[in-house]
Design a protein around this ligand. Structure first.
Ligand SMILES: Nc1ncnc2c1ncn2[C@@H]1O[C@H](COP(=O)(O)OP(=O)(O)OP(=O)(O)O)[C@@H](O)[C@H]1O
Ligand SMILES: N[C@@H](CCO)C(=O)O
Length: 321
């Protein structure tokens, strides 16, 4: 359960007194998620999500995330909209952490995505990229190529505790990624963490996107392969090429990939697998004492990485070579 910070009743009452959101009816920690502390806040007016921003979120970057959600919501993307306090501020402080209240989205995430979910995800991702195209603020992706080796170095000496030989395997792959990573591809605002737990459906219809706290500027196709990794492997880690085809076709129904993007997909997918392998490895080795959180398995992403290392062309992703 991702609740790193407890919120006292009096602190909460004082915090929400600054907002015009009705009287508090109930308040409880949310089990899902690993990054921030999230609470479901029900008031006499509506339901909201209260987020306390934790370790990996840099406070100076919060205005980017808040501004982006507001921008995307204004462009018709169904995403959480920041609620402003009476002072006009969308960011406050609670229990010693930066905190914000955002609107609650109806819908549920799917544990085991099926083809229609993957197809709609592709469409929604392309729509998100289009809606973000005129967002004026820039945020460099801290978890792209230049960030991977420093992140690895924080786990390197203990990586083999997780799996013998892991440190050497990551080191070698990082070397290849550093040598081959594309220099120029279509770029813009990406979500960068659009896993099934961050996409809501009502029935089988995609109804909303959440968790924009890794959003940044990077290659658009990198966002697509993050989704490919998160949505198109089965629980036994077999790659489902039919889901990949549906995801990519959904995306291309809105924005066809360029020849350069198509050629780069296997490499981008390896990089995307490396990014989550490294963040999961670090978290696995550094669970904060007392936190109600279950770290995610880094080896799942090692196996996804190995799959993409064997890919020789986009046919493996269901595309016409
Ligand atoms: N705006 C929202 N509307 C409805 N539910 C929400 C909203 N935001 C968050 N939630 C709920 O809270 C959970 C955790 O939120 P979120 O994914 O943002 O947390 P996180 O700690 O950043 O997680 P992670 O980065 O691991 O996905 C979600 O799975 C969802 O159940
Ligand atoms: N979606 C991420 C957690 C947040 O970065 C993962 O599954 O590793």
């Amino acid at each position: 359960m991702a609740v790193y910070t407890d919120v006292g009743d009096e602190d909460l009452a004082a915090f929400i007194a600054d907002y015009d959101i009705g009287e508090l009816v109930s308040f409880k920690g949310i089990a899902e998620g690993v990054e921030n502390s999230n609470f479901l806040l029900r008031t006499t007016a509506a339901s909201f999500i209260l987020t306390l921003y934790e370790k990996r979120v840099n406070e100076a970057e919060l205005p980017f995330f808040i501004g982006l959600m507001q921008h995307l919501a204004g462009r018709g993307i169904n995403c959480p909209t920041p609620v402003r306090a009476r002072s006009g501020a969308a960011l406050g402080r609670l229990a010693g952490r930066p905190a914000a209240i955002v609107t609650f989205l109806d819908g549920v995430s799917v544990r085991r995505p099926r083809l229609p979910h993957c197809a709609q995800l592709g469409v929604a991702l392309a729509d998100l990229h289009a809606a973000g195209a005129d967002f004026a603020v820039h945020r460099t992706n801290a978890l792209s190529l230049p960030g991977w080796r420093p992140l690895f170095e924080r786990s390197a000496d203990r990586a083999d505790e997780v799996q013998p030989g892991l440190a050497a395997e990551i080191d070698a792959e990082l070397g290849r990624l550093e040598a081959e990573w594309p220099k120029a591809l279509p770029a813009g605002v990406i979500h960068a963490d659009l896993f099934p737990d961050n996409v809501f459906f009502l029935g089988d219809d995609l109804s909303g996107l959440i968790d924009f706290y890794f959003a940044c500027n990077d290659f658009l196709a990198y966002d697509l392969v993050i989704c490919l990794n998160a949505w198109c492997f089965e629980t036994d880690l077999q790659f489902n090429v039919t889901k990949a085809r549906a995801l990519i076709a959904g995306y291309e129904s809105r924005r066809p990939l360029t020849p350069g993007e198509r050629a780069a997909l296997p490499l981008l997918a390896r990089g995307a697998a490396m990014r989550f392998l490294l963040s999961r490895l670090y978290d696995w080795l550094n669970v904060p004492p007392g936190a109600l959180v279950t770290p995610k398995d880094p080896i799942e992403y090692l196996r996804k990485l190995r799959f993409h290392q064997r890919v020789t062309g986009v046919g493996a992703y269901g595309m016409t070579p």
